[in-house]
Design a protein around this ligand. Structure first.
Ligand SMILES: CC(C)(COP(=O)(O)OP(=O)(O)OC[C@H]1O[C@@H](n2cnc3c(N)ncnc32)[C@H](O)[C@@H]1OP(=O)(O)O)[C@@H](O)C(=O)NCCC(=O)NCCS
Length: 202
């Protein structure tokens, strides 16, 4: 259970306390979810299809290195206002130097889709979290959305990192349909929903 300063209580949807609060008239002000992916041959096939579709449409999908960090940060900054903010999900644009250090040292991984002009149009950044590989963030340039690029870069990450750990984790805001769909189409399964509850007043 987590309580934010704004008195929003974040509880798993199956937590008896959430049920009790809802029965007592609490409001759900927002929701978030967590998902897991286990790499199987079928998952790898879907990932390959997603990468191939983006490449057939003219993008180059590849691993990003420390020298790509400024482009990732620029792209992320351009989309900062588009990240849904809820009691449980927020996003801070990372400093290029920190990201470059992390990518160089293997503390994080990143994959991107580059247009014909070499510009970075989508990127996903991942980090190790125990025995999981978690998505840190995924972003697509506003003018290049809904063309399968988030799905493609996430697919590239799964294909490349499968040897590092067999399970992947991710999550996001309930309202972020694009993020959830990109994950589900590769084989991520939503394992938990979190309700952001404000107790009835009076
Ligand atoms: C979320 C985001 C990364 C999706 O990027 P994208 O490149 O447009 O995603 P894709 O084209 O791969 O689409 C993936 C799926 O989501 C669907 N989708 C994408 N945007 C959607 C939206 N706004 N509403 C509903 N569905 C959406 C697509 O139709 C596709 O579904 P399908 O597999 O059934 O065809 C992009 O909207 C973005 O950068 N948003 C701002 C940052 C953010 O919220 N990042 C996620 C949290 S880390």
């Amino acid at each position: 259970m987590t309580t934010t300063p704004a008195d929003v209580r974040i509880l798993r949807s199956d937590d008896p306390e959430a049920v009790r609060l809802l029965d007592a008239g609490a409001s759900v002000v927002s929701e978030s979810w967590g998902a897991r992916l286990t790499v199987t041959p079928a998952v790898q096939a879907r990932c390959r299809e997603a990468v191939a579709a983006a490449e057939a449409a003219g993008w180059t999908v590849r691993a990003l290195t420390a020298s790509d960090a400024p482009a990732v940060v620029d792209l992320d900054a351009s989309a900062a206002a588009d990240y849904p903010r809820t009691a449980a999900t927020s996003h801070d644009v990372r400093y290029a130097a920190t990201l470059a250090d992390d990518l160089g040292a293997g503390r994080r991984w990143a994959f991107g889709a580059l247009g014909a002009d070499g510009g970075l149009d989508a990127a996903t950044v991942l980090n190790p979290a125990g025995d999981l590989i978690e998505t840190d963030f995924t972003v697509t340039r506003a003018g290049a959305r809904r063309r399968g690029l988030a799905t493609a870069v996430k697919g590239a990450a799964v294909l490349a990192l499968a040897a590092e750990g067999r399970r992947f984790g991710t999550g996001g805001a309930g309202v972020n349909a694009g993020s959830r769909r990109a994950n589900e189409s590769l084989g991520y399964v939503v394992t938990e929903r979190w309700l952001h509850l404000v107790a009835a007043s009076g």
